[in-house]
Design a protein around this ligand. Structure first.
Ligand SMILES: [Zn+2]
Length: 248
């Protein structure tokens, strides 16, 4: 397999980017759609927040990560020798440390309460959904998640086993989607929005596993990720749009 070396925008000066040019042999995977299982589960448990808030919340830490990677504050490089995901996420304390994730979760809960005027329980559920991101990342990331700022890094590295990892992600999404569909059914409503959103997520997972994580340099990787998160948030808004009193 051929590799092209590119210099990465990297004020620290210690990053080299290797762009994969050969065919993908193994699927790219990065606990991506799996995060949305938390959004669907939250929606099933506390339906008074619109789906898009949970969907944005489930990826808020990665939305922040994309923005900080584009800004050159947090760092990623591609190491094609790594199994599963080839992302080497060697510096991301502000978004993916345990206290960092906790702060994002608190901020999101406060914003949901004061800006979106959600009920307290729904705003708390938005915060919990944000915090869930760290624990799902903990399962799949290689040890790149700092326990505290500058502290030891943890991660169970299921990334190294792409197929079971992808099965886990899609399984979680399917179970959580079924829970939301059941909740809607119990309220006398159709399960189609849940089915539709799950189908879109599975399609995105399949496309992602074929096409890789965007490739290229860190900035274009951040832009691709940010765009995907925002598009899925808009889709979530479209999927469960409806009169407020009928949200379920
Ligand atoms: Zn993440």
């Amino acid at each position: 397999m051929k590799h092209i070396s590119l210099s990465l925008r990297d004020p620290g000066g210690d990053g080299k980017l290797h762009l994969k040019t050969g065919p993908e042999e193994d699927g790219e995977t990065l606990m991506f759609v799996g995060h949305y299982s938390a959004a669907l589960a939250a929606k099933a448990v506390e339906p008074r927040a619109p789906l898009w808030t949970y969907v944005a919340a489930a990826q808020l830490v990665d939305i922040g990560w994309s923005a900080l990677v584009i800004a050159g504050v947090e760092k990623v490089r591609i190491d094609p020798s790594l199994p599963g995901s080839d992302l080497d996420l060697y510096f991301m304390p502000y978004t993916h440390s345990l206290p960092g994730a906790l702060l994002w979760a608190l901020a999101a809960a406060l914003l949901a309460r004061w800006l979106l005027k959600l009920p307290v329980a729904a705003a708390a559920m938005v915060g919990l959904t944000v915090f869930s991101h760290w624990f799902l990342d903990f399962l799949v990331h290689r040890p790149d998640l700092p326990l505290w700022f500058g502290g030891p890094k943890v991660g169970l590295a299921w990334w190294n086993h792409p197929l079971p990892e992808m099965a886990l992600e899609i399984g979680l999404v399917a179970v959580a989607g079924a829970a939301w569909a059941w909740r809607r059914g119990a309220a006398g409503r159709t399960g189609w929005p849940a089915l539709t959103f799950v189908a879109i997520l599975v399609a995105v997972a399949v496309i992602g596993s074929m096409g890789g994580a965007g490739g290229g340099d860190a900035v274009s990787m951040g832009v691709t990720a940010l765009t995907t998160y925002l598009v899925l948030t808009v889709i979530a808004w479209l999927v469960d749009r409806g009169p407020k009193q009928r949200l379920a």
